[in-house]
Design a protein around this ligand. Structure first.
Ligand code: MD3
Ligand code: FE
Length: 226
């Protein structure tokens, strides 16, 4: 890690601070909300757990059925991981790159996701998949719906780490106007119920260097996929 929180010279009191004036909790849809900084108290346990997941299942850039290489690099943990190639999108039990099961979901991931879901109004969230997206500056995610999960009854919990990004929260048709929501290190978004099938995306990530994560944004999305 580039930043040692115990070193009095490099310790940056404001490294994890939210831009002030933002409310701690913001309702963005009937059943969606942003929980500002919710992941920050979990960070010292979260980052080492992330590093061990990535050791077993490194980030890789995937190809869509249309033949385009995604600018976002992906990994997964949990019993199911999401992959795409020329033949389609799917959840699998094995990482196609290693032939091994995806790494188990670390306890700290699960605890944090369940606490956030509860705060967002969804008790008893049991995710079986955590998709991990890595954005380097310039990487983006075009407007899409998350439709590959077996049931849409469970919410999705998204955790933003590192560089900030502008999130697009759309409607139920691709052409509907979308709301732009800035997401910062430690923010969590919970959405489900009537908002579960909204179009959404991420604008190209701007250049920058985050004190904890360097030149990247990492996003976790916890899902009940199977
Ligand atoms: C609101 N990831 O992995 S997470 C994805 O930041 C994905 O990496 C984005 O979309 C990312 O599929 C966005 C936040 C999010 C995700 C899905 C939503 C918000 C959503 C679906 C409906 C409404
Ligand atoms: Fe999505």
């Amino acid at each position: 890690m580039r930043h040692d929180p115990m070193n009095p010279i490099t310790f940056d009191l404001f490294a994890d601070a939210e831009p002030e004036q933002l409310p701690r909790r913001e309702q963005i849809g009937e059943q969606s909300c942003v929980l500002r900084g919710f992941a920050l108290p979990w960070m010292e346990r979260l980052l080492p757990a992330l590093a061990s997941v990535l050791e077993a299942a490194p980030f890789r850039q995937m190809v869509t059925p249309g033949g385009f290489t995604m600018s976002v690099a992906l990994s997964s943990c949990g019993t199911l991981g999401w992959t795409t190639d020329r033949s389609g999108y799917r959840y699998t039990r094995l990482d196609p790159q290693t032939g091994q099961p995806w790494p188990a979901m670390p306890e700290v991931f699960l605890q944090m996701a369940q606490a956030a879901a509860k705060e967002g109004g969804f008790d008893d969230f049991v995710p079986d998949s955590c998709l991990i997206n890595r954005y380097i500056p310039g990487a983006k995610m075009s407007l899409h719906q998350d439709k590959d999960e077996k049931s849409y009854g469970a919410p999705i919990v998204s955790v933003s780490l590192g560089l900030p990004a502008m999130f697009l929260f759309g409607g139920f048709e691709r052409s509907d106007k979308s709301l732009r929501i800035p997401l910062f290190h430690g923010d969590i978004v919970v959405w489900g119920g009537v908002d579960r099938l909204r179009y959404h995306g991420v604008l190209p990530v701007k250049d920058g260097e985050h004190p904890r994560l360097g030149e990247q944004r990492i996003n976790f999305t916890f899902r009940t996929a199977g």
